[in-house]
Design a protein around this ligand. Structure first.
Ligand SMILES: Cc1ncc(COP(=O)(O)O)c(C=O)c1O
Length: 390
Protein backbone atom coordinates (compact mmCIF):
# COMPACT_ATOMS: atom_id res chain seq x y z
CA UNK A 1 0.00 0.00 0.00
CA UNK A 2 1.14 3.53 -0.69
CA UNK A 3 2.16 5.61 2.28
CA UNK A 4 -0.36 7.84 4.05
CA UNK A 5 0.09 11.62 3.98
CA UNK A 6 3.27 13.37 5.10
CA UNK A 7 1.02 15.92 6.77
CA UNK A 8 -0.52 13.36 9.09
CA UNK A 9 2.82 11.63 9.67
CA UNK A 10 4.23 14.96 10.85
CA UNK A 11 1.82 15.13 13.79
CA UNK A 12 3.81 14.14 16.88
CA UNK A 13 2.32 11.52 19.17
CA UNK A 14 1.02 13.11 22.35
CA UNK A 15 3.89 13.16 24.85
CA UNK A 16 1.43 12.39 27.60
CA UNK A 17 -0.55 9.75 25.72
CA UNK A 18 1.28 6.81 27.27
CA UNK A 19 1.11 8.33 30.72
CA UNK A 20 -2.63 8.96 30.37
CA UNK A 21 -3.17 5.40 29.16
CA UNK A 22 -1.27 4.06 32.20
CA UNK A 23 -3.24 6.33 34.55
CA UNK A 24 -6.53 5.04 33.15
CA UNK A 25 -5.25 1.46 33.37
CA UNK A 26 -4.34 1.87 37.06
CA UNK A 27 -7.72 3.52 37.81
CA UNK A 28 -9.47 0.60 36.07
CA UNK A 29 -7.49 -1.84 38.22
CA UNK A 30 -9.02 -0.10 41.23
CA UNK A 31 -5.79 1.68 42.32
CA UNK A 32 -6.28 4.84 44.36
CA UNK A 33 -5.01 7.41 41.84
CA UNK A 34 -5.40 11.14 42.44
CA UNK A 35 -5.75 12.53 38.94
CA UNK A 36 -4.38 16.06 38.49
CA UNK A 37 -4.07 15.88 34.71
CA UNK A 38 -7.61 17.03 34.02
CA UNK A 39 -8.07 20.08 31.79
CA UNK A 40 -11.76 20.63 32.40
CA UNK A 41 -13.94 21.90 35.24
CA UNK A 42 -15.15 19.05 37.45
CA UNK A 43 -18.56 20.72 37.87
CA UNK A 44 -21.81 19.79 36.13
CA UNK A 45 -23.11 22.13 33.44
CA UNK A 46 -25.52 24.49 35.31
CA UNK A 47 -29.11 23.24 35.37
CA UNK A 48 -30.72 26.10 33.41
CA UNK A 49 -28.32 25.39 30.53
CA UNK A 50 -29.16 21.68 30.58
CA UNK A 51 -32.88 22.54 30.55
CA UNK A 52 -32.45 24.91 27.60
CA UNK A 53 -30.84 22.10 25.58
CA UNK A 54 -33.66 19.68 26.39
CA UNK A 55 -36.21 22.30 25.35
CA UNK A 56 -34.23 22.96 22.17
CA UNK A 57 -34.52 19.30 21.16
CA UNK A 58 -38.26 19.22 21.96
CA UNK A 59 -38.86 22.43 20.02
CA UNK A 60 -37.10 21.11 16.94
CA UNK A 61 -33.81 23.00 17.00
CA UNK A 62 -32.26 19.91 15.50
CA UNK A 63 -31.41 21.02 11.98
CA UNK A 64 -28.47 22.69 10.29
CA UNK A 65 -27.97 26.30 11.30
CA UNK A 66 -25.99 28.97 9.45
CA UNK A 67 -22.39 27.74 9.09
CA UNK A 68 -21.10 30.67 11.15
CA UNK A 69 -23.63 30.00 13.93
CA UNK A 70 -27.23 31.00 14.73
CA UNK A 71 -27.91 34.73 14.49
CA UNK A 72 -29.42 34.76 18.02
CA UNK A 73 -26.25 33.24 19.46
CA UNK A 74 -23.95 35.60 17.55
CA UNK A 75 -26.05 38.52 18.85
CA UNK A 76 -25.62 37.22 22.40
CA UNK A 77 -21.87 36.86 21.83
CA UNK A 78 -21.71 40.46 20.54
CA UNK A 79 -23.54 41.61 23.70
CA UNK A 80 -21.12 39.62 25.86
CA UNK A 81 -18.09 41.16 24.12
CA UNK A 82 -19.50 44.64 24.70
CA UNK A 83 -20.36 44.05 28.37
CA UNK A 84 -17.32 42.03 29.44
CA UNK A 85 -14.56 43.19 27.12
CA UNK A 86 -15.58 46.67 25.91
CA UNK A 87 -15.43 45.34 22.35
CA UNK A 88 -17.88 46.30 19.60
CA UNK A 89 -18.33 43.44 17.17
CA UNK A 90 -21.10 43.15 14.57
CA UNK A 91 -22.59 39.70 14.05
CA UNK A 92 -20.77 39.35 10.70
CA UNK A 93 -17.49 39.59 12.64
CA UNK A 94 -18.32 36.51 14.76
CA UNK A 95 -17.99 32.82 13.87
CA UNK A 96 -19.16 29.99 16.13
CA UNK A 97 -17.28 26.69 15.86
CA UNK A 98 -17.11 23.28 17.56
CA UNK A 99 -15.06 24.47 20.53
CA UNK A 100 -12.31 27.09 20.78
CA UNK A 101 -9.83 24.47 19.58
CA UNK A 102 -11.78 24.26 16.34
CA UNK A 103 -11.96 28.07 16.14
CA UNK A 104 -8.17 28.29 16.41
CA UNK A 105 -7.64 25.50 13.87
CA UNK A 106 -9.93 27.21 11.33
CA UNK A 107 -8.36 30.57 12.01
CA UNK A 108 -4.81 29.36 11.35
CA UNK A 109 -6.00 27.67 8.14
CA UNK A 110 -7.33 31.05 7.03
CA UNK A 111 -4.32 33.13 8.16
CA UNK A 112 -1.18 31.21 7.25
CA UNK A 113 0.78 30.50 4.07
CA UNK A 114 3.55 27.90 4.04
CA UNK A 115 6.55 29.23 5.95
CA UNK A 116 4.68 32.00 7.79
CA UNK A 117 5.92 32.32 11.34
CA UNK A 118 3.86 32.56 14.52
CA UNK A 119 5.36 33.90 17.74
CA UNK A 120 4.32 31.49 20.47
CA UNK A 121 5.63 31.39 24.00
CA UNK A 122 6.78 28.29 25.84
CA UNK A 123 5.31 26.80 27.90
CA UNK A 124 2.35 26.60 25.50
CA UNK A 125 -0.98 24.79 25.37
CA UNK A 126 -0.18 21.49 23.64
CA UNK A 127 -2.33 21.94 20.52
CA UNK A 128 -0.98 25.32 19.36
CA UNK A 129 2.23 24.17 17.60
CA UNK A 130 0.48 21.29 15.84
CA UNK A 131 -2.39 23.40 14.52
CA UNK A 132 0.05 26.06 13.30
CA UNK A 133 2.12 23.39 11.52
CA UNK A 134 -0.97 21.76 10.00
CA UNK A 135 -1.74 25.15 8.44
CA UNK A 136 1.76 25.19 6.92
CA UNK A 137 3.10 27.70 9.43
CA UNK A 138 6.11 27.56 11.72
CA UNK A 139 5.72 28.11 15.44
CA UNK A 140 8.59 30.28 16.70
CA UNK A 141 9.01 29.35 20.32
CA UNK A 142 9.87 32.18 22.68
CA UNK A 143 11.13 30.77 25.97
CA UNK A 144 9.73 31.94 29.31
CA UNK A 145 10.30 30.37 32.74
CA UNK A 146 9.21 30.88 36.32
CA UNK A 147 12.06 33.43 36.62
CA UNK A 148 10.28 35.71 34.14
CA UNK A 149 6.83 34.83 35.59
CA UNK A 150 6.15 33.03 32.30
CA UNK A 151 5.81 36.35 30.46
CA UNK A 152 7.08 37.49 27.08
CA UNK A 153 8.25 41.07 26.66
CA UNK A 154 8.70 43.05 23.44
CA UNK A 155 12.47 43.06 24.07
CA UNK A 156 12.52 39.27 24.21
CA UNK A 157 10.23 38.83 21.19
CA UNK A 158 12.40 41.14 19.05
CA UNK A 159 15.13 38.47 19.06
CA UNK A 160 12.74 36.10 17.29
CA UNK A 161 11.21 38.38 14.63
CA UNK A 162 12.02 37.75 10.96
CA UNK A 163 10.50 39.03 7.70
CA UNK A 164 8.26 35.90 7.81
CA UNK A 165 6.72 36.71 11.20
CA UNK A 166 2.98 37.07 10.67
CA UNK A 167 1.19 36.42 13.95
CA UNK A 168 1.70 37.15 17.64
CA UNK A 169 -0.16 34.43 19.54
CA UNK A 170 -1.30 35.27 23.07
CA UNK A 171 -3.04 33.16 25.71
CA UNK A 172 -3.99 35.07 28.84
CA UNK A 173 -4.94 33.61 31.31
CA UNK A 174 -2.54 30.89 30.26
CA UNK A 175 -2.79 27.13 30.15
CA UNK A 176 -0.50 25.69 31.57
CA UNK A 177 0.84 28.45 33.85
CA UNK A 178 -2.15 30.54 34.98
CA UNK A 179 -0.13 33.67 34.13
CA UNK A 180 -2.09 36.73 33.04
CA UNK A 181 -0.79 39.77 31.20
CA UNK A 182 -1.65 43.15 32.75
CA UNK A 183 -3.08 45.99 30.69
CA UNK A 184 0.34 47.73 30.59
CA UNK A 185 2.05 44.56 29.38
CA UNK A 186 -0.59 44.04 26.69
CA UNK A 187 -0.16 47.65 25.58
CA UNK A 188 3.57 47.03 25.16
CA UNK A 189 3.03 43.78 23.26
CA UNK A 190 0.40 45.52 21.15
CA UNK A 191 2.81 48.31 20.21
CA UNK A 192 5.26 45.71 18.93
CA UNK A 193 2.51 44.03 16.88
CA UNK A 194 1.55 47.36 15.29
CA UNK A 195 5.19 48.30 14.64
CA UNK A 196 5.83 45.01 12.84
CA UNK A 197 2.39 44.75 11.25
CA UNK A 198 1.48 41.44 12.91
CA UNK A 199 -1.88 39.80 13.34
CA UNK A 200 -2.69 38.99 16.97
CA UNK A 201 -4.48 35.78 17.90
CA UNK A 202 -5.72 36.17 21.47
CA UNK A 203 -7.02 33.00 23.13
CA UNK A 204 -9.06 34.24 26.10
CA UNK A 205 -10.88 31.02 26.99
CA UNK A 206 -9.99 31.25 30.70
CA UNK A 207 -11.09 34.90 31.05
CA UNK A 208 -13.80 34.16 33.65
CA UNK A 209 -11.42 32.22 35.86
CA UNK A 210 -9.34 35.04 37.18
CA UNK A 211 -8.50 35.58 40.84
CA UNK A 212 -7.02 38.98 41.63
CA UNK A 213 -6.56 41.14 38.62
CA UNK A 214 -8.96 42.09 35.86
CA UNK A 215 -9.09 40.39 32.49
CA UNK A 216 -8.13 42.73 29.64
CA UNK A 217 -8.80 41.99 25.97
CA UNK A 218 -5.91 43.29 23.90
CA UNK A 219 -8.29 44.19 21.05
CA UNK A 220 -10.01 46.75 23.32
CA UNK A 221 -6.85 48.81 23.94
CA UNK A 222 -6.48 50.64 20.63
CA UNK A 223 -8.32 50.80 17.29
CA UNK A 224 -5.16 49.57 15.56
CA UNK A 225 -5.13 46.54 17.86
CA UNK A 226 -8.85 45.97 17.33
CA UNK A 227 -8.41 45.65 13.57
CA UNK A 228 -5.46 43.19 13.72
CA UNK A 229 -6.72 40.99 16.60
CA UNK A 230 -8.88 37.90 16.47
CA UNK A 231 -10.33 37.28 19.92
CA UNK A 232 -11.02 33.61 20.63
CA UNK A 233 -13.22 32.35 23.44
CA UNK A 234 -15.63 29.52 24.21
CA UNK A 235 -18.14 27.96 26.56
CA UNK A 236 -16.02 25.07 27.88
CA UNK A 237 -14.19 26.52 30.86
CA UNK A 238 -16.48 29.32 32.11
CA UNK A 239 -19.72 27.32 32.00
CA UNK A 240 -18.42 23.77 32.57
CA UNK A 241 -19.48 22.89 29.01
CA UNK A 242 -16.44 21.03 27.64
CA UNK A 243 -18.49 18.25 26.07
CA UNK A 244 -20.95 20.55 24.31
CA UNK A 245 -18.27 21.81 21.91
CA UNK A 246 -19.02 25.48 21.38
CA UNK A 247 -16.28 28.03 20.81
CA UNK A 248 -16.23 31.32 18.95
CA UNK A 249 -13.96 33.98 17.51
CA UNK A 250 -14.39 37.60 16.49
CA UNK A 251 -12.36 39.87 14.26
CA UNK A 252 -12.06 41.37 10.80
CA UNK A 253 -15.30 40.70 8.85
CA UNK A 254 -13.55 39.73 5.58
CA UNK A 255 -11.34 37.23 7.43
CA UNK A 256 -14.35 35.80 9.29
CA UNK A 257 -16.09 35.30 5.93
CA UNK A 258 -13.14 33.19 4.77
CA UNK A 259 -13.14 31.22 8.03
CA UNK A 260 -16.86 30.55 7.56
CA UNK A 261 -16.24 29.35 4.03
CA UNK A 262 -13.54 26.94 5.29
CA UNK A 263 -15.82 25.72 8.08
CA UNK A 264 -18.70 25.24 5.62
CA UNK A 265 -16.64 22.61 3.77
CA UNK A 266 -15.43 20.79 6.86
CA UNK A 267 -17.91 20.65 9.74
CA UNK A 268 -20.68 23.13 8.79
CA UNK A 269 -22.25 24.53 11.96
CA UNK A 270 -21.60 23.65 15.58
CA UNK A 271 -24.34 21.41 17.01
CA UNK A 272 -27.68 23.25 16.93
CA UNK A 273 -28.64 21.94 20.37
CA UNK A 274 -25.32 23.02 21.86
CA UNK A 275 -25.72 26.46 20.30
CA UNK A 276 -29.11 26.80 22.04
CA UNK A 277 -27.44 25.75 25.30
CA UNK A 278 -24.69 28.34 24.74
CA UNK A 279 -27.34 31.00 24.14
CA UNK A 280 -28.93 30.15 27.49
CA UNK A 281 -25.52 30.21 29.16
CA UNK A 282 -24.61 33.67 27.85
CA UNK A 283 -28.02 35.28 28.40
CA UNK A 284 -29.02 33.54 31.66
CA UNK A 285 -27.97 33.65 35.32
CA UNK A 286 -24.19 34.16 35.66
CA UNK A 287 -24.29 33.11 39.35
CA UNK A 288 -22.95 29.57 38.70
CA UNK A 289 -19.88 31.01 36.93
CA UNK A 290 -19.00 33.02 40.03
CA UNK A 291 -19.68 30.03 42.32
CA UNK A 292 -17.29 27.87 40.31
CA UNK A 293 -14.68 30.63 40.32
CA UNK A 294 -14.94 30.86 44.12
CA UNK A 295 -14.35 27.13 44.46
CA UNK A 296 -11.36 27.30 42.13
CA UNK A 297 -10.07 30.21 44.21
CA UNK A 298 -10.20 28.13 47.44
CA UNK A 299 -8.51 25.18 45.75
CA UNK A 300 -5.81 27.42 44.32
CA UNK A 301 -5.04 28.76 47.80
CA UNK A 302 -4.82 25.25 49.26
CA UNK A 303 -2.71 23.83 46.49
CA UNK A 304 -0.31 26.76 46.14
CA UNK A 305 0.38 26.81 49.88
CA UNK A 306 0.75 23.02 50.08
CA UNK A 307 3.08 22.61 47.08
CA UNK A 308 5.22 25.65 47.94
CA UNK A 309 5.89 24.18 51.39
CA UNK A 310 7.43 20.98 49.99
CA UNK A 311 11.22 21.27 49.53
CA UNK A 312 12.50 21.09 45.95
CA UNK A 313 9.74 23.12 44.27
CA UNK A 314 9.40 26.68 43.01
CA UNK A 315 5.81 27.78 42.75
CA UNK A 316 4.22 30.80 41.08
CA UNK A 317 0.70 31.45 42.34
CA UNK A 318 -1.49 31.43 39.22
CA UNK A 319 -3.62 34.54 38.65
CA UNK A 320 -6.03 32.71 36.39
CA UNK A 321 -7.21 29.37 34.93
CA UNK A 322 -7.05 26.22 37.10
CA UNK A 323 -3.47 25.02 36.83
CA UNK A 324 -0.28 25.27 38.84
CA UNK A 325 2.88 24.94 36.80
CA UNK A 326 5.65 24.30 39.29
CA UNK A 327 9.38 23.91 38.87
CA UNK A 328 10.48 20.56 40.27
CA UNK A 329 14.19 20.32 39.48
CA UNK A 330 14.78 19.62 43.19
CA UNK A 331 12.47 16.59 43.08
CA UNK A 332 14.11 15.27 39.90
CA UNK A 333 17.54 15.59 41.55
CA UNK A 334 16.41 14.04 44.82
CA UNK A 335 15.10 10.94 43.05
CA UNK A 336 18.22 10.85 40.81
CA UNK A 337 16.15 11.08 37.63
CA UNK A 338 17.00 12.78 34.34
CA UNK A 339 13.71 14.15 33.08
CA UNK A 340 10.26 15.37 34.18
CA UNK A 341 8.64 12.51 32.26
CA UNK A 342 10.39 10.03 34.56
CA UNK A 343 9.31 12.09 37.56
CA UNK A 344 5.67 12.01 36.40
CA UNK A 345 5.95 8.21 36.03
CA UNK A 346 7.49 7.86 39.46
CA UNK A 347 4.73 9.97 41.07
CA UNK A 348 2.10 7.88 39.30
CA UNK A 349 3.45 4.49 40.39
CA UNK A 350 4.87 5.36 43.79
CA UNK A 351 2.49 8.03 45.09
CA UNK A 352 -0.65 7.39 43.03
CA UNK A 353 -0.57 10.98 41.71
CA UNK A 354 -1.13 11.67 38.01
CA UNK A 355 0.26 14.96 36.67
CA UNK A 356 1.41 16.27 33.29
CA UNK A 357 5.18 16.81 32.84
CA UNK A 358 6.29 20.30 31.78
CA UNK A 359 7.99 18.91 28.67
CA UNK A 360 4.52 18.23 27.21
CA UNK A 361 4.13 22.02 27.13
CA UNK A 362 7.63 22.65 25.80
CA UNK A 363 9.37 23.34 29.14
CA UNK A 364 11.28 20.55 30.87
CA UNK A 365 11.77 20.42 34.65
CA UNK A 366 8.21 21.36 35.57
CA UNK A 367 4.90 19.64 36.39
CA UNK A 368 1.37 20.86 35.72
CA UNK A 369 -1.17 20.20 38.46
CA UNK A 370 -4.79 20.92 37.57
CA UNK A 371 -6.91 22.03 40.52
CA UNK A 372 -10.16 20.91 38.92
CA UNK A 373 -10.23 18.48 41.87
CA UNK A 374 -11.92 18.47 45.27
CA UNK A 375 -10.21 20.05 48.29
CA UNK A 376 -10.00 16.55 49.88
CA UNK A 377 -8.10 15.21 46.88
CA UNK A 378 -5.75 18.20 46.92
CA UNK A 379 -5.14 17.68 50.65
CA UNK A 380 -4.41 13.98 50.12
CA UNK A 381 -1.97 14.73 47.31
CA UNK A 382 -0.08 17.27 49.44
CA UNK A 383 0.19 14.65 52.21
CA UNK A 384 1.52 11.99 49.83
CA UNK A 385 4.04 14.40 48.29
CA UNK A 386 5.17 15.64 51.71
CA UNK A 387 5.87 12.05 52.75
CA UNK A 388 7.98 11.54 49.65
CA UNK A 389 9.95 14.79 49.54
CA UNK A 390 10.01 16.32 53.05
C1 LIG B 1 -5.68 27.51 26.26
C2 LIG B 1 -6.79 26.71 25.69
N1 LIG B 1 -7.36 27.13 24.54
C3 LIG B 1 -8.36 26.45 23.96
C4 LIG B 1 -8.84 25.28 24.53
C5 LIG B 1 -9.93 24.54 23.81
O1 LIG B 1 -11.15 24.58 24.44
P1 LIG B 1 -12.48 24.04 23.74
O2 LIG B 1 -12.12 23.49 22.41
O3 LIG B 1 -13.03 23.01 24.67
O4 LIG B 1 -13.38 25.24 23.61
C6 LIG B 1 -8.26 24.79 25.72
C7 LIG B 1 -8.72 23.52 26.30
O5 LIG B 1 -8.08 22.91 27.12
C8 LIG B 1 -7.23 25.54 26.31
O6 LIG B 1 -6.65 25.13 27.45
Amino acid sequence: MKEISQRILSIPPSPTGTLNARTQELIKQGKNILNFTIGEPDFKTPLHIQEAAIMAIREGHTRYTANEGMMSLRKAIATKFKADNQLDYETDQIVVSNGAKHSLFNLYQALLNPGDEVILQTPYWVSYPTMIELAGGTPILVPTTIDTQFKMTPQLIKNYLTPRTKVLHLNSPSNPTGMIYTQEELEELGKLAIEHDLWIVSDEIYEKLIYEERHVSIASLDPQLYERTITVNGMSKAYAMTGWRVGYMAGDAALMKKVTSFQSHTTSNASSVSQMAALAALTGDQGPVEEMRQQFYNRRELMTKGLAAIPGTRVMKPNGAFYLFIEVKGWIEKLELQHDLQLAESLLYECGIAVVPGSAFGLEGYLRFSFANSEEEIQQAIERLSLKFC
